[in-house]
Design a protein around this ligand. Structure first.
Ligand code: SAM
Length: 288
């Protein structure tokens, strides 16, 4: 169904189904007709690609993805949206809607079963309450995905796409840089959504690297990174020993072996230093 981003059409669909927005599920639907075609085009929705969409809402982006990609699988948690999607996507034969929480879906199996012989991309206007966990899950599970293109809150986008070693970064930035090349594609004003959120948004893209792991134990590495950034204005010595419960003299040995200063802050470290520190720490202490 076209015109899905027309505010009149959306209001009619929602009122026909007695639908009210759930704040808890991050439901801010796109009502700016120029945004979804742009996400679909820049997000690799094209011949030869299967696309996973997370949180289709009433199907405004799904519709644009179906027009361009070979196949689309859309995962929606809200049961009230499933009958709406059946209607709004009725004309497309290349779409499957899965009613589930994306965090409970076995995406590896889904890709094998649904996208045989196709390249895979993820496109979404992600619910803001769970943006970082979804992105971490998509990246850390090393799925055979080429690109992840998603709408996020502007500030989250700046943090996610910040280079390692800058003030804007957090633990999720390290994961993003480790697994992908990230960039901001374009900004989207708050007025492009219904209901309008309190902040502007942007569309970002991760080009997933297909290089082998840079550390021997990725689980250990990301535990150290999360611990380090949990109190990121503190020194690396205090952060790591405090949040991971490791004796200070052990952390100090790993810091010295890496050639770092105990007074350094986490955001001052490069990716190479973070990796070397985690490898050195692992030689002294295990983390369960
Ligand atoms: N794609 C639609 C659009 O752009 O208008 C809706 C985007 S809205 C920001 C986020 C959507 O994600 C909602 O439809 C919401 O119900 C759904 N959602 C929230 N949490 C989810 C989860 N854990 N798994 C799957 N879908 C989820």
């Amino acid at each position: 169904m076209d015109n899905l981003s027309n505010i009149g059409v959306i209001k009619e669909i929602l009122s026909d189904h007695g639908f009210t927005f759930s704040k808890k599920l991050g439901q801010n639907f796109l009502i700016n007709p120029s945004v979804c075609p742009k996400i679909a085009e820049m997000g690799n929705a094209k011949k030869g690609f299967g696309v996973i969409e997370i949180g289709p809402g009433i199907g405004v982006l799904t519709n644009e993805l179906c027009k361009r990609a070979d196949k689309v699988v859309a995962i929606e948690i809200d049961d009230r949206l499933i009958p709406i999607l059946e209607k709004t996507l009725a004309e497309h034969k290349n779409v499957k809607v899965i009613h589930d929480d994306v965090m409970n879906v076995n995406l590896k199996q889904l890709i094998e079963e649904e996208f045989e012989g196709l390249d895979v991309a993820v496109c979404a206007n992600l619910p803001y309450y769970i943006t970082s966990p979804i992105i971490m899950m998509l990246l850390e599970s090393r799925l055979p995905i080429k690109t992840i293109t998603t709408m996020v809150q502007k500030e989250a986008g700046q943090r996610l796409c910040a280079p390692v070693g800058t003030r804007d970064m957090g633990a999720v930035t390290v994961a993003v840089n480790y697994f992908s090349k990230a960039k901001i594609l374009f900004n989207v004003s708050r007025g492009s959504f219904m209901p309008a959120p309190n902040v502007d948004s942007c569309v970002i893209q991760f080009e997933v690297k297909d290089t082998p792991p840079m550390v021997n134990d990725e689980k250990y590495f990301f535990k150290v990174v999360r611990g380090m950034f949990s109190q990121r204005r503190k020194t690396i010595l205090n952060c790591v020993s405090g949040s991971l419960g490791i004796a200070k003299d052990t952390v100090l040995k790993a810091i010295e072996q890496t050639g770092l200063k105990p007074s350094s802050r986490p955001e001052e470290l490069s990716m190479e230093e973070l990796i070397a520190f985690s490898e050195n720490l692992k030689a002294f202490v295990n983390l369960e």
